[in-house]
Structure formats: C-alpha cells, structure tokens
Design a protein around this ligand. Structure first.
Ligand code: ADP
Ligand code: MG
Ligand code: MG
Length: 251
C-alpha cells in the first residue's frame, strides 16, 4: 500500500518567494525505509519541513497524498494526528513541562482525534513502559522537563520515544545522527529498528552514509538543488561515500 506520494512538488520560502524545492517526486510504500542524502543546502530539511506543514514555506506546485488524503490541505497538527511524525535536527527544550505530561498530552490529543478514550496517567505509564525499554531510556527521564539538560543522545532517544508513543506511520528523521558518537548512534538506531513494522515507514535524512550501516534503507535518494536527481538501493550510499556528490551532479 502506498503511504506517501509526492508529485512535482515545488515550494518557496514564504517571505522571500525564493524557490527551494523544484519538482520533487517520491513514493513511499508501507514498511519501507527511505534515505535522502545530499550536500548541505540541497533542500533536504526544507522538504521534510514542507511535508509537516512548516509555516516558513509555501507550496506553489505539485501534490502530496498521504494515506489517500491531500496532505497539503491539513494543518500541521492534523498531519501529526494522521500519522506523520518529524524529528527535528535540533529538538526543542520545553522548560516547565515534564516529559511525562508532554507525552501524555500528545498521546491523548491523538486518541481524542480518533474517538478513543483518553488514558489516565496510570494507564499511560503501563502503555509507555515497554516503549521506554525499546528506546533504552530510564523512567527517571519522564520527570525531567522536555529535553532540558538532555545530552545530544538523550534528546534523540527522547524523540524516538515520542515517535513510539504517537505510533506514527511515517517518521521523518532529519539528521538523527548529527552530533552523536558511535555508541549513541547505535542506541538510537536500535530503537528505530525496534519500532519498524510492516505497517510503518521511515524517511531518513542524512549527510553521512554511517547511519545507513545501522538502519538499512530500501531506497536511497540523492537530493541536489531542490530535486531528487538519483534513486538507488543502499549501494548508492556506499558509492556516494567513495566518489562524493560531485560525480553525481555531473551525470
Ligand atoms: P539541507 O537540509 O539539505 O542542508 P535546507 O533545506 O536546510 O538544506 O536549505 C536549502 C536551501 O534553502 C539553503 O540554501 C537554505 O539557506 C535555504 N533556506 C531554507 N529555509 C530557508 C528560510 N526559511 N529562509 C531563507 N532561506 C532558506
Ligand atoms: Mg543542513
Ligand atoms: Mg538539513
């Protein structure tokens, strides 16, 4: 089943009208892992932000269908309730809000949207426990304020926990490998792999092929200048590492 279908997507920076995305095409089926690689400034983060409805950008052309629905008509929170999740390159800290309250709020907002009864904090804890284990996070992190004082690795793991709680069908992970040492990277990758089922999909954005040693993509796309210029399997990432991006843009 097709989960996401992006056709000829063009987007500009809302304020300056500068075009960043220039006709992106991408289809993601259920259960697939896709990676987008590309030089700094090629438009990877913009693409993911446009998918989640970031107000800095405006779509000028093209279509995005998510689970059969026109994604571009949905507000950002509706996209999230529909099953789209994005982890940010720099996760935000939320002083004064405990991680537990934040997760409970997010989970209940989604349940309400789908006509399910809200969970009590106690019920929620039962639901959360196995997910904490999956991401290898100590429950003491639940009482801390969201991301406040978390290390880089803890922030990333916390984002994967949010993803697990929301049970998103498509997770967009923008540079979850940035700033992580190998141990933290392996931890985060393990958590992501534990969450993968035949029904959800991942769109990973990364600069380095290293991440792809731990989370195996079915497809690798190379983005350049706001477009996907090449698609292949994981061998494309290896080739890219060897030859650099330059070789591709000249093709
Ligand atoms: P990547 O994630 O591949 O490094 P980005 O999507 O962050 O690339 O950026 C692509 C290009 O668009 C860059 O040249 C960047 O400066 C520009 N850009 C992205 N967002 C904005 C914005 N809000 N305002 C102005 N320029 C932007
Ligand atoms: Mg960048
Ligand atoms: Mg980026």
């Amino acid at each position: 089943r097709v989960l996401l279908e992006v056709k000829d997507l063009r987007a500009v920076v809302a304020e300056s009208r500068q075009e960043i995305l220039r006709g992106v095409n991408l289809t993601i089926n259920e259960g697939e892992v896709h990676a987008i690689m590309g030089k700094n400034g090629s438009g990877k983060s913009t693409f993911s932000k446009v998918l989640v409805g970031h107000p800095d950008y405006e779509v000028t052309e093209g279509t995005v269908v998510f689970k059969g629905e026109n994604l571009l008509e949905l507000k950002p929170e509706e996209r999230s309730h529909a099953g789209l999740f994005m982890s940010f390159q720099t996760p935000v800290e939320i002083p004064g809000v405990s991680n537990m309250d934040f997760l409970l709020m997010a989970a209940n907002a989604k349940r309400k949207k789908h006509g399910q009864p809200e969970l009590s904090p106690l019920e929620f804890f039962g639901y959360l426990s196995p997910k904490l284990q999956a991401v290898n996070m100590d429950s003491k992190f639940l009482n801390r304020n969201v991301n406040e004082g978390f290390s880089g690795g803890e922030k990333k793991r916390n984002e994967i926990l949010q993803l697990a709680v929301l049970e998103a069908e498509l997770a967009i992970l923008d540079e979850i490998d940035s700033g992580l040492d190998v141990d933290a990277l392996q931890d985060v990758a393990k958590a992501v792999n534990m969450l993968l089922t035949p029904h959800n999909s991942i769109l990973m954005i990364t600069h380095y092929q290293r991440l792809l040693d731990y989370i195996k993509p079915n497809y690798v796309h190379i983005m350049e200048d706001g477009n996907i210029i090449k698609t292949g399997d994981s061998s494309l990432a290896k080739l890219l590492e060897k030859e650099g991006y330059k070789g591709f843009s000249e093709q």
